[in-house]
Design a protein around this ligand. Structure first.
Ligand SMILES: C[S@@+](CC[C@H](N)C(=O)[O-])C[C@H]1O[C@@H](n2cnc3c(N)ncnc32)[C@H](O)[C@@H]1O
Length: 287
């Protein structure tokens, strides 16, 4: 077995062992990362009196583990379908009473602030289209935990594949969007992993990655990414995450702030990620 394969095997063993407790330990911290990155990459299109939020399909969640990201997207879709809150002019953040709702409300209010929502419109429908998604992960047990949670995935999971991200079992140029949360730093050969992502991506894909800072320096990663990724137009990097996060937490409701301070402040400081995403000039934003 090569050193590379040995490391991948160790990773698999370690995530297999902890798969059953992963969500209870990390869901909130991961939800925060999803919110921060979604705000950067989500596409916004207006159709008559409806605002459509979307990520282009087919989407690859690289190192997607227990399918937390899909859980989050599904809950976001439900939130928009059922919530009357966002139809009000001023979004009442204080009325949100659980982790996900506080984050969804925050996401919507960011988009609103960016002037993507016309403030003169009192009543507006906002919809989020869940993308068709493929999840790959080296840990079969993480994926199994994920699949057991999702009873009715509304046909949005196209495939769930246990494989090494350094050797993807896909034809070239099939994914329009690629996301990865806190997984790429685990690869023993990051270059090889990025080359694989580049191979299976369509031209000018939407890319959003969050990566553990203590394992790789953000600017070193950016260099690797640019040298290995052939189809990308422009990249933005945010390594001031903790700083931004503090502002972010301040803007949430008191209940959420309390949860954050007691449950995850230390965890997040030890496990700080940086974010990197593509600005795709070919993707139009309509309003
Ligand atoms: C910190 S977890 C993040 C999981 C998920 N992205 C989330 O947001 O909850 C890291 C994941 O990377 C996966 N992983 C580690 N090495 C990998 C590799 N070589 N190929 C694919 N997945 C890998 C692990 O099995 C684990 O599920």
């Amino acid at each position: 077995m090569s050193k590379n394969q040995e490391k991948a095997e160790k990773m698999r063993e370690s995530y297999d062992k902890t798969a059953a407790v992963y969500d209870s330990r990390y869901s909130l911290i991961q939800y925060i990362k999803y919110t921060i990155l979604l705000e950067k990459i989500i596409q916004i299109k207006k159709r008559k009196d409806t605002i459509m939020l979307k990520l282009p399909s087919l989407l690859l969640d690289y190192g997607g583990g227990s399918l937390l990201f899909i859980d989050f997207l599904t809950a976001f879709n439900e939130f928009l379908l059922h919530s009357e809150l966002i139809k009000e002019k001023d979004l009442a953040l204080s009325e949100c009473n659980n982790d996900q709702m506080a984050l969804f409300s925050y996401l919507i209010s960011c988009l609103r602030e960016d002037h993507l929502f016309n403030k003169r419109i009192d009543k507006i429908n906002v919809e989020f289209v869940i993308p068709q998604t493929v999840i790959i992960d080296i840990s079969y047990k993480m994926l199994k935990v994920g699949l057991e949670k999702i009873e009715n995935n509304q046909g949005k999971i196209y495939g769930c594949i246990a494989c090494d991200g350094q050797h993807l079992p896909f034809r070239k140029k099939i994914f329009k969007s690629i996301v990865s949360f806190t997984a790429i730093q685990n690869l023993s050969d990051i270059k090889r992993g990025i080359r694989e992502i580049s191979r299976i991506a369509t031209k000018n894909p939407l890319v959003g990655l969050s990566i553990l800072k203590k394992k790789i320096d953000p600017s070193d990663f950016k260099e690797i990414f640019i040298s290995e990724f052939q189809n990308i137009e422009d990249l933005v990097i945010d390594d001031k995450y903790i700083f931004n996060l503090n502002n972010f937490i301040e803007s949430l409701n008191p209940e959420f702030k309390m949860i954050y301070n007691s449950r995850i402040r230390t965890l997040i400081e030890k496990n700080e990620d940086f974010f990197i995403w593509s600005i795709n000039k070919n993707i139009n934003i309509y309003l």
